[in-house]
Design a protein around this ligand. Structure first.
Ligand code: PA5
Length: 446
């Protein structure tokens, strides 16, 4: 059936049907708060109607700029971190060829999502011998990691092609009027796209933040938005709890949380979903983890990680539950060949598709983990394409907002992220942080 399936039968040994459905009133009221913009952080709810509001003009403009950058670049380097990085990375990895080769020849690279010297030095060395453009993304315009990476790339590109040509190869995505990046873009004459005021970083994948890099990588952003629009309709407050996938998922995970299951592991059976899990981890971690509350979001890639984390999940501490995200039909076809020697004794699999073996591994693991005390929420989509990835993005955003309200936190702020920045600046001797720097040095013994 062509819809997102939410199956809960493998959690009912741990949180019963009644436990889940007793949350119906609470979840429905949180759902109304999202839609009526009446809950905490309600000035950051611009993402709720975004799939219906993305204009054709904006999409055309994004496609035009994407085509222009692709025409003149072997690589496009996307600079950003957190919500200004993970959405685009997740979609490009999910939809792309496993080895990162795209038919149109342009490859998207990422920078500024760490301060790793080796990574950035190696990137600049690679770019020495190739044509490239840069898309720099920062809502605040002041985030340290992308600002450092952009300094390096701006200088490198200007040296390589000259200041005027470099300016034509740089696109900035930032606030309409505030922040250092806006100022720089206006001064240098870069083309810009705006991140709406009422859309926070981790909810911004359906704005130019995600859409431009995804279009540059050659994927259909219109289908992505179409899928998100369908998810918006399917998860609206008017859809009854029992048929609303976002409500059911939010209720199930909160019912398990109430039973002491404090860690949710997102499980996939295709490496293409690795970064969708990373995006999901940021979305849920930053949205729910505050005031000493919130389910800890973790992720594994199966069957790969059955040979690393599988042991812990099967027999370790029993505070975890899994959410398995499956793709029903793979886009490629490969069968297992016969081997006359049969030394590995796998001839009973001859002629079977790898996807069938993978699916049986999935079902076998769910039962094994259930027997080992791990509840398992099951989500599945028919295919891994632009439409269904767009659907999943919106579905997870909607369920996350509902879930955050269910535990009574503001799912749209991230005050805790500031703590490391303050200390890092103090240790680096930023003017105005001298006293904190001394205290920290003493504490660290440096
Ligand atoms: O979700 C968020 O708001 C954060 O993860 C931000 O996206 C991240 O910190 C990057 O911020 P900015 O886009 O301002 O550079």
């Amino acid at each position: 059936m062509s819809k997102l399936q939410v199956r809960l039968n493998n959690i009912y040994q741990f949180a019963t049907h009644d436990d889940v459905f007793s949350l119906k009133e609470k979840i429905s009221s949180c759902q109304r708060q999202v839609e009526e913009k009446s809950g905490k952080g309600n000035d950051f709810l611009g993402w709720v109607a975004l799939p219906a509001e993305v204009s054709d003009e904006l999409l055309r403009n994004i496609e035009k700029v994407a085509n222009e950058l692709r025409a003149k670049s072997e690589f496009v380097v996307v600079v950003g971190i957190g919500g200004s990085y993970l959405g685009a990375k997740a979609v490009i990895e999910a939809l792309g060829n496993s080895f990162g080769m795209f038919a149109n020849g342009t490859k998207v690279l990422f920078a500024g999502n760490s301060i790793c010297e080796d990574y950035h030095a190696e990137l600049l060395k690679l770019l020495d011998n190739h044509t490239y453009s840069v898309v720099v993304i920062s809502k605040s315009g002041t985030t340290t990691e992308p600002a450092i990476a952009f300094r390096l790339l701006k200088q490198h590109l200007e040296m390589k092609v000259g200041k005027t040509e470099a300016a034509s190869r740089i696109v900035a995505i930032t606030d309409q009027s505030k922040g250092a990046l806006r100022k720089l873009a206006d001064t240098e004459g870069y083309r810009t796209f705006v991140i709406p005021d009422d859309v926070g970083g981790r909810y911004s994948v359906l704005t130019p933040v995600g859409l431009l890099p995804i279009a540059i990588a050659g994927f259909d952003i219109r289908k992505l938005v179409e899928g998100a629009r369908q998810a918006m309709n399917d998860t609206a407050a008017s859809v009854p709890f029992e048929q609303n996938p976002a409500c059911l998922y939010a209720a199930a995970r909160n019912a398990l949380y109430a039973k002491g299951k404090r860690v949710e592991i997102m499980v996939n059976y295709t490496p293409k979903l690795h970064y969708l899990t990373e995006w999901w981890k940021q979305l849920y971690g930053e949205s729910e983890g505050k005031e000493n509350k919130g389910i800890f979001p973790a992720g594994v890639d199966f069957t790969t990680d059955l040979h690393s984390m599988g042991q812990y999940i099967q027999e370790g501490e029993r505070f975890i539950f899994e959410t398995v995200l499956s793709v029903e039909t793979p886009s490629q076809k490969l069968t297992i060949p016969n081997d006359p020697d049969n030394l590995d004794q796998l001839n009973f699999l001859t002629g079977k598709r790898l996807s069938e073996v993978n699916h049986m591994a999935e079902l076998g693991t769910i039962v094994a983990h259930n027997d080992g005390g791990v509840p398992c929420i099951q989500l599945s989509v028919p295919e891994l394409n632009s439409y269904w990835v767009g659907y999943l993005l919106y579905f997870f955003e909607r369920a996350c907002a509902i879930s955050g309200y269910t535990i009574d936190v503001n799912p749209f702020d991230q005050p805790g992220v500031e703590a490391y920045k303050k200390n890092m600046f103090a240790l680096l001797g930023k003017p105005g942080f001298e006293e904190e720097g001394k205290v920290l040095r003493k504490r660290l013994g440096i």
